[in-house]
Design a protein around this ligand. Structure first.
Ligand SMILES: Cc1cc2nc3c(=O)[nH]c(=O)nc-3n(C[C@H](O)[C@H](O)[C@H](O)COP(=O)(O)OP(=O)(O)OC[C@H]3O[C@@H](n4cnc5c(N)ncnc54)[C@H](O)[C@@H]3O)c2cc1C
Length: 434
């Protein structure tokens, strides 16, 4: 889906140029300068379409998430579209700087356009906007670098990333005006650009005013917290308002009153009658290690979601593979089984040392007729795909549901490829959005 979506976006962005009057100029371009100008238009129009797509995806709209197969997969596409849009934007800026340089060196003459009153006004507005556009773009370069460099703590990434929506508005204004200046307005190409920019601008405002996911927000309060094993917190949240509609395997964002940050966690349990959600949270970083001490019973929590398409929606045999804390989306599903699923499910769970989930899993899998294999990778070494095939030879004819570390997923993906098992059968949950 990811590649199809990117291909469609690529074609649409190319069409925005091809179906504009500039295409004619490109075909007739005979000098370096006329070619350079068209290259500016191509990079500009494609760049803003990719940037707008990135902003639209980040608004977490349900129908957009559905297109990509869930929010976590949509964020994968967001990263790629943002990167492509950004690099096209940088290229566009460099071409513009080259233009200025050539004019300063008297190689090129500054263009004199005969314009009517309206065009003159637009041109003035367009030029005035340059004063803000260039600094905005330089700030954007810094913010994007902070996003790309994984060594930068997630908190700084998140805070600075919020700025991107504001910076996008500067770029979007510039891009919105450009078609008027180059007579693209009301052409198919210009309209494609305008539609993306308008949608992107609406989504940028959604993000700036913190309205992301507002239709899926629930109020809850902390019901119970306790340590679970060495570095995991078991957290129960009592929902207070409307009915929570949830499919097993989905996740939500939790935002506690003491912080601005919302963090994603898979729902490990949902007690519909008492409206209680259960989470298992591994203490791995700044937010998760302080969480236990920062929250108390009855503290308000905003629950946003549920999101995700990791919902076990197929019939036939399923092999579930979980690594570490990646067991959480499976817990809610095991609970929901009625035990008559005729051995349709097999769970391979790999953990370093003795897992605090072992007792629950052994008991529940026995009750719910799920064949369970627990692997202590401290004793038995990291799981290989050969070992997985040995444990579950039926994997060849099953769908595979995976949640765990990225390197573990690579092992599963590579193993499936080598054994000619179609990757279409692999469903996975990404535990990281960066
Ligand atoms: C769909 C999904 C489901 C998840 N389910 C669980 C779960 O059930 N149990 C569990 O323990 N963990 C789960 N996680 C991971 C959990 O969100 C992160 O471990 C947690 O946010 C780490 O925050 P930190 O500040 O303590 O750590 P940091 O060291 O700051 O972050 C570690 C990594 O966690 C990710 N992360 C951090 N903050 C966020 C955020 N606000 N939004 C998105 N990703 C973030 C980033 O990839 C980051 O590099 C899930 C993540 C996702 C995306």
């Amino acid at each position: 889906m990811k590649f199809k979506a990117l291909l469609v976006l690529f074609i649409v962005s190319i069409l925005s140029y091809v179906l504009s009057p500039s295409m004619d100029y490109l075909l007739k371009a005979s000098s370096f300068n006329s070619f350079r100008i068209q290259l500016m238009y191509i990079t500009g129009s494609m760049g803003i379409i990719f940037m707008s797509a990135a902003v639209i995806i980040s608004a977490r709209l349900s129908f957009v998430n559905k297109i990509f197969g869930g929010l976590d997969k949509a964020y994968d596409v967001h990263r790629i579209t943002a990167a492509v849009g950004f690099f096209l934007g940088v290229f566009h800026l460099l071409l513009k700087l080259l233009n200025n340089l050539l004019i300063d060196l008297n190689v090129l003459e500054a263009p004199v356009k005969s314009v009517n009153k309206l065009q003159g006004f637009i041109l003035e507005l367009y030029k005035a906007c340059y004063a803000y556009l260039e600094p905005a773009f330089y700030i954007m370069i810094i913010v994007v670098l902070l996003a790309i460099i994984k060594a930068v703590p997630y908190y700084y990434f998140r805070v600075t990333h919020k700025l991107i929506s504001v910076l996008y508005l500067f770029v979007a204004f510039h891009a919105f005006m450009a078609p008027f200046r180059s007579s693209w307005q009301l052409t198919v190409g210009g309209s494609i650009m305008h539609i993306f920019i308008i949608a992107g601008t609406v989504c940028a405002f959604i993000s700036i005013f913190n309205l992301t996911g507002i239709m899926h927000r629930y109020t809850g309060k902390v019901k119970n917290k306790k340590h679970f094993g060495d570095n995991i917190i078991q957290l129960e949240i009592q929902l207070q308002d409307k009915d929570f509609k949830f499919n097993c395997g989905q996740f939500v964002f939790l935002k506690f009153s003491y912080t601005m940050e919302a963090h994603p966690f898979s729902v490990a349990g949902w007690d519909k009658n008492n409206k209680v959600l259960t989470f298992y949270i591994k203490q791995i970083g700044d937010f998760t290690s302080k969480l236990y001490d920062k929250i108390s019973a009855d503290d308000k929590v905003v629950v946003e979601g549920p999101y995700g398409e990791f919902t076990f929606q197929d019939t036939g045999k399923q092999v579930w593979i979980a690594g570490g804390i990646g067991i959480t989306p499976f817990l809610s599903k095991i609970n929901s089984l009625n035990g008559n699923e005729t051995n349709n499910v097999e769970l391979i769970y790999s953990y370093m040392g003795k897992s605090p989930f072992e007792d629950i899993l052994v008991q529940q899998c026995a009750e719910k007729n799920v064949k369970l294999h627990i692997i202590d990778s401290q004793k038995e070494g990291l799981l290989t795909f050969d070992k997985i095939m040995e444990l579950s030879p039926d994997i060849v004819s099953s769908t595979v549901w995976f949640c765990g570390p990225v390197m573990f997923r690579k092992v599963v993906e590579d193993g499936m490829k080598q054994n000619n098992i179609s990757l279409n059968k692999l469903h996975f949950d990404n535990f990281s959005f960066r």
